[in-house]
Design a protein around this ligand. Structure first.
Ligand code: SAJ
Length: 444
């Protein structure tokens, strides 16, 4: 406890991504010493040059901490021995067979185990299935002949970073934490509360792991619920956006979610499957998670159906048409395309014979497997010449008037056009097909 609450405590952060870099910067800005670890030497060299590769962290913040000597990055894992506290913030993707891939946690755990010494506190932050901390990490550390809660301390504390969120940052978002022993929890709270405003202690790492999975499953299921309601409304000829806005006027007992082209990101579509997998080993089927996943996965095809319907009203087939996708990031105003539904929409359109291009102000190009998708510049002639435009991610910087005026056919999967259409007194802005050459009302 003395070491952890020292002023010159060294806080190791493994994985300098959208969770790790903000954490390291918060540690440095609290006047502590942050030592970042990453296997990617380009990331390490960038941080050491005072540059940030994470949208939410200005390079100026990194440069200032480099100057004050509060932040350093390294690929040398043996330097973990210098750290009094080590936070593991490495990715937890799904494998090809959509099972948890905890290989990054294992690799980080093995590096920590090699450098482990008495007095260290290790905190796993990566989202994972309940049991990972105790079943995967603890044995690696105890194999060194050290005792948890006495020689070293081990906790789980879920990250709650919402990329692009201007209000809730690492320092002001309440942080849940659970320790393998009471002493572990005490050490974990003491370490983080030096730069995290509110710590929320729970009784075990499993409780903390389950909190995170519940938070993300809550979102995946509610997004699926509103997406299924959208599929129902479409068949009833009801404007789902009108329904959602009206339901959201209920001042209690309701929480607004909006339908869309599907479920993207590296958390919400992924994390619930970690729980599904774990529960299968305990012979229990997590039906909500599986149903939500099915429905959310249907949305890209629903949007392609709307493109097909809109082209058809122009007496055109998808096959041979040129379609422009606007916005490929998985949500507005960020540059991350992981699990983005735009990828499904573009490959499905291509499979049906369309010639697909995309424009995203935050994404100039991205790789999908071996293929490199290159974005195009958004010109008036492009907007006017393509057979259909589909808004998949509604970045705030998009000039909606221009897009509405210049597109021949426009499908809007995010209800982005509602304001502009209302201002112009156009037909129900709720239809997914905003413009198709025939009056919108005929499409209801
Ligand atoms: N989406 C909808 N309808 C909605 C909300 C979201 O279709 O009503 C879609 C988004 O377009 C996106 C996906 O779902 O493709 C996920 O969106 P998200 O808002 O959950 O954003 P993430 O995945 O970047 O961040 C979430 C965090 N977001 C919020 O709480 C708002 C939070 O759940 C976690 O801190 C984070 O995942 C994480 O790391 O787990």
């Amino acid at each position: 406890m003395k070491d952890i609450t020292r002023d010159d405590v060294t806080f190791g952060v493994m994985g300098l991504g959208y969770v790790g870099l903000p954490l390291a910067v918060n540690v440095g800005e609290a006047g502590l010493t942050a030592l970042g670890f990453d296997v990617d030497s380009e990331v390490v060299e960038g941080v050491n040059r005072g540059e940030s590769h994470i949208q939410d962290i200005p390079s100026a913040d990194v440069a200032a901490l480099r100057k004050s000597g509060r932040l350093e990055a390294t690929t040398q894992m043996e330097r973990l021995a210098e750290c009094d506290v080590i936070s593991i913030c490495v990715p937890t993707p799904l494998s090809k067979t959509r099972d948890p891939d905890v290989s990054y946690i294992l690799a980080a755990g093995q590096a920590v185990a090699r450098a482990l010494r008495p007095g260290q506190l290790i905190v796993l932050e990566s989202t994972t299935y309940p049991g990972t901390t105790r079943e995967v990490l603890l044995p690696l550390f105890e194999a060194r002949g050290l005792t948890v809660g006495t020689d070293f301390f081990l906790c789980f504390s879920p990250e709650r970073v919402d990329p692009g969120n201007e209000e809730w940052k690492t320092h002001n978002t309440p942080k849940v934490i659970g320790g393998v022993t009471d002493r572990c929890l005490e050490a974990g709270v003491a370490a983080y509360q030096r730069f995290i405003r509110t710590m929320v202690a729970v009784s075990s790492p499993e409780a903390a792991e389950t909190v995170k999975i519940l938070e993300n499953t809550f979102r995946a299921v509610n997004i699926a619920l509103v997406n299924e309601t959208a599929l129902i409304a479409d068949r009833l000829g009801v404007d789902i956006w009108e329904v959602v806005e009206a339901a959201a006027t209920k001042p209690f007992g309701f929480m607004k979610f909006t339908p869309g082209p599907g479920l993207g990101g590296h958390c919400i579509p992924v994390d619930p499957h970690y729980l599904s997998w774990k529960m299968r080993t305990l012979d229990y089927r997590t039906r909500f998670i599986e149903l939500a996943s099915e429905i959310n996965a249907e949305m890209p095809h629903f949007v392609v159906g709307k493109v097909r319907e809109a082209l058809n009203q122009h007496r055109k087939a998808v096959n041979g048409s040129r379609v422009l996708v606007l916005g490929v990031a998985y949500k507005p105003d960020i540059d991350d395309v992981r699990e983005s539904p735009a990828l499904d929409i573009m490959t499905t359109l291509e499979r049906e014979g369309a010639e697909v291009a995309f424009h995203d102000p935050y994404v100039s190009q991205f790789k999908e497997g071996e293929r490199v998708w290159k974005g195009v510049e958004l010109t008036d002639e492009l907007l006017e010449s393509v057979d259909a435009v589909v808004i998949v991610t509604d970045h705030a910087v998009f000039d909606l008037e221009r897009i509405l005026d210049r597109s021949q056919v426009l499908v809007d999967s995010r209800h982005a056009m509602s304001r502009v259409m209302r201002e112009r007194g156009m037909e129900s802005p709720g239809a997914w097909i905003v413009k198709s050459g025939v009056p919108v009302s005929a499409t209801a």
